[in-house]
Design a protein around this ligand. Structure first.
Ligand code: ADP
Ligand code: MG
Length: 247
């Protein structure tokens, strides 16, 4: 499998906090890669660094052989690298889906129109994706009235609308009830297999990520602690220590 994303020694500082301290990881085309680590270990920061949310303080991010570390979110997304955010919630009056830049008016629009915000005239594609995530029946409902779990599915469908090559998902199962988690995991696997989307997934649920990912990187204190096959990482004493120490 060819290398899609090559993160090289990325550093990101917030004032006195070194959130990413020389992080390197690779994602190969076609795989589902996992990113784990205790709270505050720098996972979401790394997503921001990869997607151009802020300039990095050192290192390089290479996507399909091109350095993107000097680019911002829009141009990076147009190259096919898209992320979702942790704890996204679409409200009746407003939305905090900052990456999608949804206006308060749009959040009051129905699910189908929301999906076409960035791709007008692609109604058929939007309907297909809503069917794919299991929200076709809800297509004329107001987005803000969906349950939290349904909103996560909607956000996933919105991210798929642009047909990304690489999709970064920040804790997609957080806040979703256990029965919906299996359905979401199944959708992630199908997006990977049937739609050909490579995935890099931050996940706090160990059972989920061990079943989902073919390769896992574990961060601790802004550094890579371990990287390898799920069984290797799960049994790595340093990883066990980092999780136990964080509790
Ligand atoms: P994770 O996603 O692994 O929980 P984060 O990347 O969110 O970790 O955070 C890594 C570290 O950076 C933490 O110490 C956190 O408090 C700090 N941090 C994250 N975002 C900011 C920010 N916008 N400003 C200042 N510090 C931040
Ligand atoms: Mg986070």
């Amino acid at each position: 499998m060819s290398l899609l994303l090559d993160v090289r020694q990325v550093r990101k500082r917030y004032g006195g906090v070194l959130a990413n301290d020389g992080v390197s990881l690779q994602v190969r085309e076609g795989e589902i890669a996992g990113l784990i680590g205790p709270n505050g270990s720098g996972k979401s920061t790394l997503f921001g660094a990869i997607c151009g949310v802020f300039p990095i303080d050192g290192g390089d991010v290479v996507f399909e052989g091109t350095s993107i570390s000097h680019m911002r979110v829009g141009p990076i997304a147009r190259r096919g690298l898209v992320r979702t955010y942790q704890q996204t919630r679409i409200y009746g009056e407003m939305s905090c889906m900052e990456n999608m830049r949804i206006s308060s008016r749009a959040a009051q629009g129905n699910v189908l129109s929301l999906l076409q915000l960035k791709a007008r005239g692609h109604e058929r594609h939007a309907e297909d994706l809503l069917a794919f995530v299991g929200l076709f029946e809800k297509r004329f409902e107001m987005a803000g009235r969906l349950s939290f779990g349904q909103q996560k599915l909607l956000e996933f469908a919105m991210a798929l609308m642009s047909e990304p090559k690489l999709l970064l998902l920040d804790e997609p199962t957080a806040g979703i009830n256990p029965t919906l988690i299996n359905g979401l995991v199944d959708r992630l696997q199908r997006a990977n297999k049937e739609l050909g989307v490579t995935l890099l997934v931050i996940e706090h649920n160990m059972r989920v990520i061990m079943n989902l990912a073919q390769h896992i990187t574990c961060l601790a204190h802004g550094c890579v602690l371990a990287s390898g096959a799920p069984e290797e990482v799960r049994n790595d004493p340093r990883v066990l220590d980092a999780y136990l120490g964080a509790q």
